[in-house]
Design a protein around this ligand. Structure first.
Ligand SMILES: [Zn+2]
Length: 233
């Protein structure tokens, strides 16, 4: 998927995303990486109501792929925009149970990505809603994501994270609409790396026991599904 959507060449990191854009010269596209909610509350075993209850291959793979991409982007000083789901305890997010409460630790990067907090090419945005584009709105009407796109001259965003069918889908859908209406220049394309995405597993019997909506992990998670007709969450 990644290779098909973005031209690659092999180098010591395994690939080069298009030409080196921005300060790199070469006239290629500038690619930015967007990390969606790769926080303990969704990815670390036992870290809250929406965290995995045991080893989870899909989530582990998503984290591994995100770490790999983050290392490549940081090595090249390419821009990264990281969304962290963070909620105030007095502001619930129905239909979901309390999760990623500020200060609980659930709202922080998974251990494998904590080093990103020290990287100069990384912009971190905490959000208290599902859609990371909306969650990037500031009180003065500006948008932190749009400002990041503009400041870095990003032409293509590569999106990874969790949950494929909820936060990733909403962010991608809104960003595509924003692009089409000219709100995020110079953004041209949004690419979802399916292997770098995962969703949480809340089977029906567990959901009933805690009074939440069921959300089995076995739902389709390909980008084709993301852009299909059915948006079910
Ligand atoms: Zn949330």
């Amino acid at each position: 998927m990644l290779k098909r959507e973005i031209p690659f060449e092999d180098d010591e990191d395994g690939f080069i995303l298009m030409a080196e854009g921005g300060g790199g010269g070469g006239g290629g596209k500038v690619v930015g990486l967007v990390l969606v909610d790769i926080v303990n509350g969704f990815c670390t075993i036992g870290a809250g109501n929406l965290a995995p209850v045991g080893p989870n291959k899909q989530i582990n793979t998503m984290v591994e792929e995100s770490v790999w991409l983050s290392k490549v982007f940081c090595k090249k000083k390419w821009p990264i925009f990281a969304l962290l789901d963070t909620h105030h305890p007095d502001k619930p997010e129905p239909p979901y149970p309390p999760h990623c409460i500020v200060g609980s630790g659930e709202d922080n990067f998974v251990p494998a990505l904590q080093w990103l907090e020290e990287e100069s090419n990384v912009t971190i945005k905490r959000k208290d809603c599902i859609d990371g584009f909306i969650g990037s709105m500031e009180k003065d009407g500006s948008n932190g994501f749009a400002d990041w796109v503009k400041a870095n001259g990003v032409n293509v965003v590569l999106v990874v994270g969790i949950c494929t069918d909820i936060c990733v889908l909403d962010f991608v859908s809104t960003t595509l609409s924003a692009r089409n209406t000219g709100l995020v220049p110079p953004l041209e394309d949004v690419v979802v790396y399916s292997k770098g995405c995962a969703t949480f597993d809340l089977p029906l019997h567990v959901a009933k026991s805690i009074g939440a909506l069921a959300h089995p992990q076995g739902i389709p998670t390909s980008p084709g599904t993301l852009h299909g007709k059915g948006k079910r969450s």
